[in-house]
Write a protein that binds this ligand. Structure first.
Ligand SMILES: [Zn+2]
Length: 202
């Protein structure tokens, strides 16, 4: 049996870079991998973008309400036909945007098909509440690993503060509406509380 992994971190903790590095490591040893991400992440389209300047398109997007298990099997069959080899790993970026049911699908891939599934994502939104995919991953992943990044004060950042036009904002939808110029900064709990006036989830 293979494992379902959740590698989570605040914004700018290098999750996409780590994912692309993991894909490279597999491929360098002659293995086949599949890359996926939820369809909701529309800003980058099909690309997984590393802040270090390289990017790569995913093999498939998991749209809202789609069966991630069936999608994986479809693309796995394509790899088998093309390369004559099975898939060694499924890598999922922006996994916080998956539904709970889609995370369950990923557990089935790891468990029933013995193919490791490594999910990268943000644990909580700008109001410190778990995203749906992250919550389910925290509940059922075999392995949890934190990717660390640093707050402006030098402590470990765990929260993602949202800013609009350079001003922190603590109200609004979990996923920012396209067209609104929104920024995020990874903060430690102390800095978050100072900026929010002492509030966590509203
Ligand atoms: Zn801080």
């Amino acid at each position: 049996m293979a494992k379902l992994y959740f590698r989570y971190g605040a914004m700018n903790s290098g999750k996409s870079t780590a994912l692309l590095q993991a894909a490279y490591n597999y491929e360098e040893r002659g293995h086949q991998v599949l890359l996926a991400k939820p369809g909701i992440d529309t800003k980058a389209g099909r690309a997984i973008q590393s802040r270090l300047g390289f990017d790569r398109d995913v093999d498939f997007m998991v749209g809202e309400g789609q069966d991630a298990y069936a999608l994986f099997q479809q693309h796995r069959a394509h790899v088998q036909t093309e390369s004559g080899r099975d898939v060694s790993c499924l890598l999922v970026d922006e996994s916080q945007f998956l539904s709970a049911g889609q995370v369950n699908d990923l557990l089935r891939i790891a468990t029933l098909d013995s193919i490791p599934v490594i999910c990268y994502g943000i644990r909580t939104d700008f109001q410190t509440a778990a995203f749906p995919g992250s919550r389910r991953l925290l509940e059922i992943a075999h392995s949890l690993e934190e990717l660390k990044t640093i707050c402006r004060c030098g402590r470990k950042a765990i929260f993602n503060a949202r800013s609009v036009d350079g001003v922190f904002t603590f109200d609004g939808a979990q996923v920012a509406i396209d067209g609104v110029e929104v920024g995020y900064e990874s903060l430690c709990a102390a800095c978050y509380l100072r900026e929010s006036g002492g509030h966590l989830t509203r």
